[in-house]
Design a protein around this ligand. Structure first.
Ligand code: HEM
Length: 132
């Protein structure tokens, strides 16, 4: 069971990163061409934040089914912050009278940096998988 959660958590990171990169590209294009924030932007932002939340949930399951060591604190703090930044930037933008691409772009950018930092905090590479 612990292996299942660990591998699911390890693998889902690629989907989270892919969703983040797609969102960055779409938001940057929208900002550069001065288009109004649209349904595509909402869907990409919500997919990124949703996958990140699922990853946090899986991370908690890994945490309770495997051993704990102090360096995990850095991983957990940065990942919780990442999920908060992603969600808040999307939600605040949606509630604006005129939502735009700037806030979601900055939000996803900061979130991706936090995710990279969080993975490195436990001595792993962004694209490396640990065999168990
Ligand atoms: C609060 C949220 C999270 C918790 C509690 C958590 C917890 C954990 C735990 C316990 C491990 C196992 C460490 C080990 O066995 O040495 C782990 C590994 C890992 N986590 Fe998280 N995690 C969280 C969020 C995230 C997020 C958001 C991402 C990426 C989007 C992520 C990516 C990874 C990666 C890449 C590994 C290493 C996998 C490997 O070595 O194959 N985690 N996490």
């Amino acid at each position: 069971m612990d292996r299942m959660f660990f591998y699911a958590h390890s693998g889902l990171r690629y989907l989270v990163l892919l969703a983040g990169v797609l969102a960055i590209g779409y938001f940057a294009f929208g900002l550069a061409t001065k288009r109004p924030f649209d349904k595509g932007g909402r869907i990409l932002g919500a997919s990124f934040a949703g996958l990140l939340h699922l990853q946090v949930l899986l991370g908690i399951l890994v945490l309770v089914t495997r051993f704990y060591y102090p360096a995990l604190i850095g991983h957990i703090v940065m990942m919780v912050l990442a999920a908060v930044v992603a969600q808040v930037s999307m939600s605040v933008n949606r509630r604006r009278p005129q939502p735009n691409f700037a806030l979601p772009l900055a939000g996803v950018g900061v979130t991706l940096l936090l995710i990279i930092g969080g993975i490195m905090a436990i001595g792993r590479g962004v694209f490396t998988t640990t065999a168990m």
